[in-house]
Design a protein around this ligand. Structure first.
Ligand code: PDD
Length: 290
């Protein structure tokens, strides 16, 4: 089946989907994005993702390209046209198309909106859950506003490529004091000996992850202790368990860090349990409106 993309008001065949060469997303990475999971025909946590999109747009003074309800309808339509039942929907909003000039273009310049969707392999997800992933660490060389979900991700591209070359799936970025900030495209977590989940607080050099919040909610509802504090690479290497969270990974166990094997090298029971129960507590919006 051929893929369909939404670009500025039209659903077009994926190979023909394009924006202008002077789109500010292309020239300046002057845009923001969201990725939502699609789980068994439902959009996962759309309210929180669109709340975060609203914040990202507001921080950069980019207007909404369409209303919020319309955007949800476009996301649903894109998912359905691509027959995605399990997978991802990606949306990107840029400041639009304008003659190259660093300062903002004239008021009234239409933002660009692109939405794509793709299916994810159940087998791969199953395998990743059963085997866990390796991570490497790398210095966090990003800018100071990583709380905004911008498409400017050169640092993460380099970090992920370093991970790939090392045979790992994710790179944990590390601040100047030796504390892990987050993954290149995920939030980073460890589990202490007494079963406490530890993750860095928002407002301290991380993106406020939607999946991170879902895990915090799940922990609160199930009597699992969470400490929002920074942790060092050494603490992580000695931790009982570690895992990452992201819309693209839900909860994925980490089994080694820079080659240091955690525990027995198998996914830990706490991370595995969080993974298998992840969808119990999240907002699941049906794609087909009854
Ligand atoms: N990335 N931190 C960073 C730097 C991220 O890029 C992401 C998500 C997260 C996790 O956020 P959430 O739980 O809301 O997905 C944390 C997306 C999935 C991506 O770029 O593909």
């Amino acid at each position: 089946m051929s893929r369909i993309a939404y670009v500025n008001g039209r659903y077009v065949p994926h190979p023909a989907a394009r924006v202008h060469v002077e789109d500010r997303g292309f020239q300046f990475a002057d845009g923001v994005y969201e990725v939502c999971e699609v789980h068994e025909g439902h959009l996962v946590d759309p309210t929180r993702h669109l709340d975060r999109l609203n914040r990202s747009l507001g921080e950069l003074d980019i207007p909404w390209p369409v209303g919020r309800a319309a955007l949800r309808a476009i996301m649903r339509e894109t998912i359905m046209r691509n027959r995605v039942v399990n997978g991802l929907v990606y949306l990107q909003v840029t400041r639009g198309r304008a003659r190259r000039d660093f300062a903002f273009p004239a008021k009234g310049t239409a933002p660009t909106l692109v939405v794509t969707a793709r299916s994810a392999s159940r087998e791969t997800a199953l395998k990743v859950g059963e085997e866990g992933i390796a991570v490497i660490t790398t210095p966090d060389i990003r800018w100071a506003r990583v709380d905004i979900k911008t498409v400017g991700m050169t640092a993460q591209v380099l970090a992920k490529e370093a991970a790939r070359r090392a045979g790992a799936k994710e790179a944990w970025m590390v601040d100047r004091d030796g504390y892990v900030t987050e993954g290149a495209s995920s939030s980073a977590w460890i589990v202490t000996e007494d079963g406490t989940l530890v993750t860095r607080p928002t407002g301290s050099g991380i993106l406020p992850g939607v999946t991170r919040l879902a895990v915090i909610d799940h922990a609160a509802a199930n009597g699992i202790k969470v400490e929002e504090r920074p942790f060092t690479v050494d603490e992580a290497k000695g931790a009982r368990e570690a895992f990452i969270t992201a819309a693209t990974a839900i909860v994925t166990p980490v089994v080694s860090i820079d080659g240091t094997v955690l525990g027995n090298g198998r996914p830990g029971s706490i991370a595995s349990d969080l993974r298998s129960r992840f969808h119990e507590g999240v907002e699941l919006a049906p794609l087909r409106v009854a």
